[in-house]
Design a protein around this ligand. Structure first.
Ligand SMILES: Cc1cc2nc3c(=O)[nH]c(=O)nc-3n(C[C@H](O)[C@H](O)[C@H](O)COP(=O)(O)OP(=O)(O)OC[C@H]3O[C@@H](n4cnc5c(N)ncnc54)[C@H](O)[C@@H]3O)c2cc1C
Length: 447
């Protein structure tokens, strides 16, 4: 008997639909294993939700991103992919020990020491946490470690933090910003287990794993451009402006591109790494994918806003980025601010403010959100009025990381067809690392 999920032979040719970080990882993995790959991207830029975006601010063009991103040391498969592509990690990201700084002097900063001393030093030297706050944090991490990072029945992060008797200060200054940044879901709805999984591999792990990696380059230059060079060097092809309209299977897979109506691309295998919402439309009603469609139909999404602000080149943010205390009811929307000029002189004076997850800012115009963030920066950092601002709203930025979230496996029962994306099976929220892991897993399922 043949398992319908298993191909008898590894494919010689494969198409990857979508060149986000998941599709890029899949393409690199396939190319490394001798498969002739065609990576097809609908837009004119590689990288998907983590791609470069040139923006005109106050009359100057700046190479920025569609959204400000931060990577962490726990992104082990992303780091391995950089290695495969011969990209030196330190050349593309600035690696810093875990830190949480606020403009009012609050500070929690890990030391460059082996675990658990990196964290012990952070707690000892923290500013803005009293004895009870520190004791609560230690107790929570200890309990988690003892339980193997398993919180039992999954529930909301708010509920779980309450049960773990976390003080209001620790919740507001530490757990809330970290959970929002990682899960991009309001804490009342965010899965405590997924948050615990992130803590397990970051703060709960080594000093290296809890590092924060700030991109030095734009996000396409960081990884997708290097994947393109790698795939091409391995005999494959990368095509932009190549939107796949349909995929069907006879003896092999046939792909049709929107802007090339007469042409069919024939391959042995396909990794679908585009949006989950388009899957059924592109492949049609395939019985073998029924369970996948059902899982996808239950997904909810969360937005992410990035507000770019342009100031005089001399305006700086200490240490390059800092956390901000948000208070949506008072129109204080931003949770983080990044100084894009700190690592790239071409962007001096350009700041990126991040607003995670849903909230009242969504009811405002983008101009009003920009104005509110500019005011918040004046209040907190004493910044002058910016020369120019631009908000980029991704209204379906990530999956809502809710308790008991079900995500489909990368291997599908349709032989030769695998799926990849930050929406496929993982114990992480939707992140770059989740996307990369999924791409690798989807490619391996075909190999
Ligand atoms: C504003 C923002 C900020 C974020 N911040 C962080 C962060 O700080 N850290 C972090 O780890 N993660 C962050 N994320 C999440 C991270 O960007 C995503 O998890 C990741 O990029 C998802 O990659 P993907 O390949 O799964 O999907 P996508 O990036 O969505 O890739 C899908 C690709 O498929 C293409 N496509 C769609 N349809 C077709 C078609 N028919 N034919 C061909 N191509 C098609 C799309 O154009 C796209 O390029 C952020 C996301 C956003 C939006």
């Amino acid at each position: 008997m043949v398992d319908v999920g298993t191909q008898l032979n590894a494919p010689r040719t494969a198409a990857v639909v979508g060149a986000g970080w998941a599709g890029c990882a899949a393409a690199a993995e396939l190319a490394a294993n001798g498969v002739s790959v065609m990576l097809l991207e609908a837009s004119d830029e590689l990288g998907g939700r983590a791609r470069r975006l040139p923006l005109e601010l106050a009359g100057h063009w700046h190479v920025l991103d569609n959204g400000q991103h931060l990577l962490i040391g726990a992104y082990t498969e992303t780091a391995a992919l950089f290695g495969r592509l011969n990209v030196a990690l330190d050349a593309v990201v600035e690696r810093r020990p875990f830190e949480l700084h606020y403009p009012d002097g609050f500070r929690l900063q890990a030391a460059r020491l082996p675990a658990p001393w990196h964290l012990a030093a952070a707690l000892l030297t923290a500013r803005g946490l009293d004895f009870l706050d520190r004791a609560a944090m230690i107790a929570l991490l200890r309990t988690l470690k003892k339980s193997g990072w398993n919180i039992g029945s999954d529930r909301s992060t708010t509920q779980w933090l309450l049960e773990c008797r976390q003080t209001p200060q620790v919740v507001r200054r530490v757990w809330r910003p970290l959970a929002l940044a990682a899960l991009n879901t309001p804490l009342d709805r965010a899965s405590a287990q997924i948050f615990a999984n992130v803590l397990r591999d970051s703060l709960g792990s080594t000093g290296l794993a809890s590092e924060m990696w700030v991109p030095r380059a734009d996000l396409s230059a960081l990884l997708p451009d290097a994947v393109e060079r790698y795939v091409v060097a391995h005999g494959g092809e990368v095509r932009r402006d190549a939107r796949v309209d349909t995929v069907d299977r006879k003896d092999r897979f046939h792909l049709h591109l929107r802007n090339e109506p007469g042409r069919t691309i024939e391959v042995d295998a396909v990794v679908y790494a585009a949006a989950p919402t388009h899957l059924e439309h592109i492949v049609g009603r395939i019985d073998a994918l029924n369970a996948t469609y059902e899982t996808l139909a239950r997904f909810e999404h969360e937005p992410l806003y990035t507000v770019y602000l342009k100031y005089a080149p001399s305006v700086r943010v200490a240490r390059g980025f800092t956390a901000l205390l948000d208070d949506p009811a008072k129109r204080r929307y931003a949770q983080w601010i990044f100084d894009r000029g700190a690592l790239d002189p071409a962007n001096q004076g350009v700041f990126a403010a991040v607003i995670s997850s849903s909230g009242p800012h969504e009811a405002e115009s983008l101009e009003d959100v920009c104005q509110a963030v500019a005011q918040q920066l004046t209040d907190d950092l004493g910044l002058p009025a910016p020369f120019d601002t631009r908000a980029i709203a991704d209204r379906r930025a990530t999956l809502a990381a809710v308790p008991h979230l079900q995500r489909p496996p990368n291997r599908t029962p349709w032989p030769g067809f695998a799926i990849a994306g930050d929406w496929t099976v993982s114990d992480y929220p939707s992140t770059l690392e989740t996307a990369v892991r999924s791409g690798h897993a989807a490619a391996r399922a075909l190999l």
